[in-house]
Design a binder for this molecule. Structure first.
Ligand SMILES: Cc1cc2nc3c(=O)[nH]c(=O)nc-3n(C[C@H](O)[C@H](O)[C@H](O)COP(=O)(O)O)c2cc1C
Length: 333
């Protein structure tokens, strides 16, 4: 087994894997907001990695580093093969999805339903670790359905940690696999930060990163106590400037202005235009940049509706940003 360096990566601030959202363009945007955050790919199945176009699936810009690759799967051999293909592609760690409750995922026997099969998850991780020269980590829930969230979660984590997994991203609510949609499963089962904290205290030899419902700087600062870090999902996507405020608190990083982020993304958009990436594929992730600010509506509408019509790439993003700032200045008078 390769040596796993638990502390080599800083996981104080992580941006969650989100399918259809955290693609490579989104991650470049988040990187400009949070230079120290650990970013995650969307979940990619082990089968896809083995049979698909590797560059299309996991190609990324070095600026995205540190970046974790999230895999979905439950077959130890297939997962090891996928790890073999991906582990020299610049990722900082490989993460196994044991938290996603969608039907598509359940039918393939991976995601949150695997919380009921800790021995299988341990086997999967063991074979991934054997095939990997970077850390293998797990993202999971505190339980599923009627699983006992005290003993059940402890047993799950202990068995998986026994094979060498040292980092767990814990969405601090159960997944109810019968009857709730994936979206409902992100909101309805109650959040139990205390349960997550008890785990972090009992297994203080591991890195436990808290996830679920973290939305404001004050709440994040308060709730992060006792954990190795926090993982932000929807709040980071919908109110991305939050990442700068959290980075300021955690890393004393001086926050870039929205305009600096716009300029960096405009340059990126011009670079991507040369490889025929439509502007809209980049701007769709940026709609929340001015959330809560004067001009937010204008930004959202222009970027959302007109980016696809624009053929002047970065200049379009800069122009809308100028208009927002002018609008904000006028409204402030
Ligand atoms: C659109 C969307 C897609 C998601 N896709 C994934 C995924 O691919 N893998 C995963 O482990 N979790 C996925 N999640 C769950 C998030 O990673 C996170 O655990 C969840 O949203 C709770 O965190 P939050 O309350 O900060 O959003 C997804 C969530 C959303 C909203």
């Amino acid at each position: 087994m390769h040596e796993i360096r638990k502390n080599a990566l800083n996981r104080r601030l992580c941006v969650a894997p989100m399918m259809d959202w955290t693609d490579r363009h989104c991650r470049v945007f988040h990187r400009n907001l949070a230079p120290n955050a650990l970013l995650f790919t969307e979940m990619i199945t082990a089968e896809a990695i083995i049979h698909g176009n590797l560059n299309q699936l996991i190609g990324h810009d070095p600026v995205e580093h540190p970046l974790a690759l999230q895999l979905g799967g439950s077959n130890p051999e297939t997962l090891a093969m996928a790890v073999g293909q991906a582990s020299d592609k610049g990722f900082s760690e490989i993460n196994l999805n044991v938290g996603c409750p969608s039907d598509r995922v359940r039918n393939g026997q991976f995601g949150a339903c695997l919380m009921a099969k800790p021995k299988l998850v341990a086997e999967c991780c063991q074979s991934m670790i054997a095939a990997s020269n970077i850390p293998v980590t797990v993202k999971c829930r505190i339980g599923i359905d009627d699983m006992d969230e005290e003993q059940g979660l402890d047993r799950f984590v202990d068995l998986v940690a026994d094979v060498g997994v040292q980092v767990f991203y814990l969405h601090a609510r159960k997944a109810w696999l019968n009857g709730l949609s994936p979206k409902e499963n992100r909101d309805i089962p109650p959040l139990k930060y205390d349960r997550a904290r008890r785990l972090a205290r009992r297994r203080n030899d591991l890195s436990i990163v808290l996830n679920g419902g973290l939305e404001t700087v004050d709440q994040i600062s308060a709730e992060s106590t006792g954990f190795s870090g926090v993982m932000l999902g929807r709040a980071a996507y919908r109110m991305p400037y939050l990442l700068t405020a959290v980075s300021e608190v955690f890393f004393a990083a001086s926050p870039p202005s929205r305009r600096e982020v716009v300029d960096a993304m405009a340059e990126y958009a011009d670079r991507m235009e040369k490889t025929r990436v439509p502007l809209r594929n980049i701007t769709r992730h940026m709609l929340g940049l001015y959330a809560g600010q004067r001009g937010a509506k204008h930004w959202r509408r222009q970027l959302g509706e007109n980016a696809r019509l624009s053929d002047d790439g970065g200049a379009f993003i800069r122009k809308i940003s100028d208009e927002c700032e002018e609008l904000a200045a006028r409204l402030a008078k």
